[in-house]
Design a protein around this ligand. Structure first.
Ligand code: PSU
Ligand code: MN
Length: 310
C-alpha cells in the first residue's frame, strides 16, 4: 500500500502541530474503552491531553473509527469510545479487519504504536504495557505489545508492567527482542500500582534530555524498534504491595476458574482488581497514567529540540 492510500485522518490540533513542527505525544484508546469504567475513562482521557498541553506538547489520542485511523480525537469521539459497550480491542492483527469492514476499535499499545509510527509521532504515553502473562509457559499468552516494541520506532512511557503479568519474564522477553528498558529516575522496574518490583532495569536515566539522547542514538543507527521508559507511580499514590498482590491473586484465580483468556483477560483482571480494592486501584491507575503523560510530554519536547538543533 502506498503511503497516500493509508486511511488515516488527523484532527485539526494534530495537523497544526505537524505544520508548526511542535512536539506530539500519542495516547492509546484501549485504556478508555476497556481499561477503565465510564465516566472515569473519559475524564482521564481529557486530563491526559491537558497534562500534555501543559508541558508544551500536543496530544494525539488514537483509535479506529468508521474504518479509519484517527490521530487526534474530538471530545465526542472520546465520549463515544468511553460509553459504547461494543467497541472492539484492536492489536496489530486486528487492524486490517477493522479497516476493511469499516468498523470502530480502541487501539492497544501495539496498534497505537503502529498508528503513531505511520503518523511520525515518536513518543507515546500509556499506563502499563501488555507483557508475558503468568503461566505463559502453558497458555502462550504473551502480549503483541512486546513484539511491537521490537519493530515500531516509538518511545513508550509506562509505569512498568502490571503485576498481573510475570514481570521477570517480560523483562527477559524484551531483552531477547532488543528493546532498551530505561528506569526513569529509578534503577528498579516499577510494578504499575506500586513503585517497586525488586527487579532491576538495565539503565537508569534521570532527565528528559537524557532519554531524548538515547532515542536519537538508537534511531540514527537504524536500530529499529521502540524504547520502553518505565516511570514509577508517584510515591503518594503507590499502593501497598501486599494489598495489591492479594487482589491480583484472587482476580487471577477467578479468571482461571471461569475460563477467561486471550484479549478478554487484561480487561477482566483490571475490573476485578478495582472491585477487590474498593476502587483504590482505579485511582492509582489514573494518577500513574497522568504522571506518564507529563513525562512523555517532557521527553517529546526534549527530543524535538534536539532534532531542531541539528
Ligand atoms: N494496561 C493497563 N490498562 C490497559 C491495558 C494495559 O493498565 O487498558 C491495555 C493496553 O492497551 C495494552 C493492552 O496494550 O491492555 C494489552 O492487552 P493484551 O494483554 O491482550 O495484549
Ligand atoms: Mn494476551
Amino acid at each position: 500500500m502506498k503511503k497516500t492510500d493509508i486511511p488515516i485522518d488527523y484532527s485539526q490540533e494534530v495537523a497544526n502541530a505537524f505544520s508548526r513542527n511542535q512536539p506530539l505525544v500519542a495516547l492509546e484508546s484501549t485504556i478508555i474503552s476497556h481499561g477503565m469504567p465510564y465516566p472515569d475513562n473519559v475524564a482521564t482521557a481529557a486530563a491526559l491531553e491537558e497534562a500534555i498541553r501543559k508541558e508544551g506538547a500536543v496530544p494525539a489520542t488514537i483509535a479506529i473509527i468508521d474504518g479509519r485511523i484517527k490521530v487526534g480525537l474530538s471530545k465526542e469521539q472520546i465520549e463515544f469510545l468511553g460509553k459504547s459497550e461494543n467497541i472492539k480491542k484492536a492489536s496489530r492483527r486486528d487492524i486490517p479487519v477493522i479497516l476493511a469492514e469499516g468498523s470502530h476499535a480502541a487501539t492497544t499499545v501495539a496498534a497505537t504504536m503502529i498508528a503513531a509510527a505511520l503518523a511520525g509521532i515518536h513518543v507515546f504515553a500509556t499506563g502499563g504495557i501488555g507483557g508475558v502473562h503468568r503461566g505463559a509457559e502453558t497458555s502462550f499468552d504473551i502480549s503483541a505489545d512486546l513484539q511491537e516494541l521490537a519493530r515500531s520506532n516509538v518511545a513508550v512511557v509506562c509505569a512498568g508492567a502490571k503485576a498481573i503479568l510475570d514481570l521477570q519474564l517480560t523483562l527477559e522477553y524484551l531483552e531477547t527482542l532488543g528493546v532498551p528498558v530505561l528506569g526513569y529516575g529509578t534503577a528498579e522496574m516499577p510494578a504499575f500500582y506500586s513503585s517497586s518490583s525488586g527487579l532491576a532495569v538495565d539503565h537508569r536515566i534521570d532527565s528528559p534530555e537524557a532519554v531524548a539522547a538515547v532515542l536519537d542514538s538508537k534511531w540514527k543507527c537504524g536500530l529499529e524498534g521502540g524504547v520502553l521508559i518505565t516511570n514509577p507511580i508517584p510515591e503518594e499514590f503507590s499502593m501497598e504491595k501486599e494489598k495489591i498482590d492479594n487482589a491480583i491473586e484472587v482476580a487471577l484465580d477467578e479468571a482461571r476458574r471461569i475460563g477467561i483468556f486471550g484479549k478478554d483477560l487484561t480487561p477482566f483482571l483490571l475490573g476485578k482488581i478495582k472491585e477487590l480494592t474498593g476502587g483504590e486501584s482505579l485511582s492509582a491507575n489514573i494518577e500513574l497514567v497522568k504522571n506518564n503523560a507529563t513525562v512523555a510530554a517532557k521527553i517529546a519536547v526534549a527530543y524535538s529540540s534536539r532534532l531542531k538543533a541539528k
